[in-house]
Design a protein around this ligand. Structure first.
Ligand SMILES: [Zn+2]
Length: 174
C-alpha cells in the first residue's frame, strides 16, 4: 500500500491525515452475524506520513447491530424503522435486544421508533512503535484482537516487529 489521504474518527470528530494502512482486524455484518456476535470490535492500524505529530494511529471501533424497544434498556439512539430500512446493508443484520425484547422490525411500521446502538469510534495515537506495542497491549480490554493486529502489523512494519520482540508481554511472530 502507499501513502494516501485517510480519515479516522475520535468519537464524532473526523481526523484527516496522510498515511497508509498497516494492518486491520475487522468484521463486516455478515462475518459478525455468522460468528453470533451482535457486538464486536474492529481495529485498524495506520502508519502516519513522516513528519506528522505521531507515527501511528489506531482506529478502534466498538460496533453493534443491537436495537432496543422504546421503553426498554437505556441504550441506543431513537430512530424510526423507516430510516433504518434505508441502510440496506445493515438493516437485515439488526438484532433485537435479548433483555428488553423489542418487536421484530418487520412487524413495525415505518414510523415506529426503536433505539439502535451506534458504532463508537475511538482513536489512539502513538509517537513510535516502542510506544505503540505496550500502549495497545496495556489497554483494559486488550485481548486476542490486539494480538492479531500486532502480529499482522509486525509482518508489514520492521519497527513494530522489533518493538514486539522487546516487549516483555511478547507476541510470537514468525
Ligand atoms: Zn434492550
Amino acid at each position: 500500500m502507499s501513502i494516501q489521504d485517510l480519515t479516522v474518527y475520535d468519537k464524532l470528530r473526523a481526523v484527516p491525515f496522510r498515511g497508509e494502512q498497516v494492518a486491520a482486524v475487522t468484521w463486516d455484518y455478515e462475518e459478525a452475524a455468522s460468528a453470533g456476535f451482535p457486538r464486536w470490535t474492529d481495529m485498524t492500524l495506520y502508519r502516519v506520513e513522516p513528519g506528522s505529530s505521531c507515527a501511528y494511529r489506531v482506529q478502534i471501533v466498538a460496533r453493534s447491530v443491537v436495537y432496543h424497544g422504546i421503553g426498554g434498556c437505556p441504550k441506543g439512539v431513537k430512530l424510526p424503522v423507516g430510516m433504518l430500512a434505508k441502510d440496506d446493508d445493515r438493516y437485515g443484520f439488526l438484532a433485537a435486544c435479548e433483555q428488553c425484547l423489542p418487536p421484530d422490525l418487520d412487524d413495525l411500521d415505518d414510523n415506529a421508533i426503536v433505539k439502535v446502538e451506534q458504532d463508537l469510534p475511538e482513536l489512539h495515537e502513538f509517537a513510535d512503535a516502542a510506544a505503540l506495542v505496550p500502549g495497545l497491549l496495556g489497554r483494559r480490554k486488550s485481548g486476542g484482537l490486539t494480538t492479531k493486529l500486532l502480529a499482522a502489523a509486525a509482518g508489514m512494519d520492521q519497527d513494530i516487529a522489533a518493538a514486539l520482540g522487546n516487549n516483555p508481554i511478547g507476541v510470537h511472530t514468525k
